[in-house]
Design a protein. Structure first.
Length: 254
């Protein structure tokens, strides 16, 4: 959509969805001369792999790092900025913390550092046992599509999208929890600026996780809190403000 972008955004999508759902973001960024690219993580969208399953969190980190490096190789000096939404936000954070990618800055959209619904301790214990004994066993993630966006058109498209699934394996669940805790514990190790895009009424991912990450970070960063928004800021009503704020933040270094 952009012939000569001044910035590239490399998107890591959320759980159970796929790269094609970021078409609206790409189209909105084009007038700002900002390019977007994404790939389906393994077990998601049109990628290979068991739906909703991976053996190690590092596999997603490696998948994303491969895409990031390929864009970097072709960018011809244009800045390449990682952007991760929800589970993808944890992937991007892990990639930065573990040195799998070395961006100048990055963006997180409702990063899944903590689920909105508190998981009882006994369920966590059972999940850890299942992760060892039956790691590839998948169950529904029980996501209510009406909670992703206030836009009924987006909700309907999500429900009808054949590339969207609701699977979450025992191993993926425990790997996600460990990666999320690592991100929070090591937030102070982040050495490059970042932008947090946070929806106040996200009922799938607890906004306090992002707030805690922000509070623990010592590097220069910004957090934009959008009142009344749901889980997908780029696909929610009034998304134009989110796009404008994202472009303005990127302009600081473009």
């Amino acid at each position: 959509m952009v012939d000569s972008p001044r910035v590239w955004l490399v998107v890591a999508h959320g759980l159970g969805e796929h790269s094609g759902r970021y078409d609206r973001l790409a189209r909105a960024m084009a007038p700002y001369d900002i390019g977007c690219c994404a790939v389906d993580l393994r077990g998601m969208g049109e990628s290979q792999g068991r739906r909703g399953h991976l053996e190690r969190w590092q596999q997603w980190v490696d998948d994303y790092a491969t895409l990031y490096e390929s864009v970097l190789d072709e960018a011809d000096g244009v800045e390449v900025v990682p952007l991760g939404h929800s589970f993808g936000g944890v992937v991007v954070t892990t990639a930065v913390l573990r040195g799998a990618i070395k961006p100048e800055r990055f963006v997180l959209s409702n990063p899944a550092f903590r689920a909105a619904a508190k998981v009882p301790a006994w369920k966590l214990r059972m999940a850890r046992v299942a992760s060892r004994l039956t790691p590839s066993l998948t169950l529904s993630n029980q996501v209510d599509p009406t909670l992703i966006s206030r836009d009924p058109v987006v909700v309907d498209e999500y429900r009808r999208d054949p590339l969207v699934h609701d699977r979450l394996s025992a191993r993926l669940g425990t790997e996600w929890l460990a990666a999320s805790q690592e991100a929070l514990d090591r937030a102070g190790d982040i050495a490059v600026p970042f932008l947090l895009i946070v929806a106040s009424d996200d009922r799938l991912i607890d906004p306090q996780g992002a707030a805690e990450f922000s509070a623990r970070a010592t590097v220069d960063h910004s957090m934009k809190l959008y009142q009344g928004r749901y889980h997908e800021p780029f696909n929610d009503l009034d998304a134009e403000q989110v796009f404008s704020d994202l472009a303005a933040w990127l302009d600081r270094r473009a």
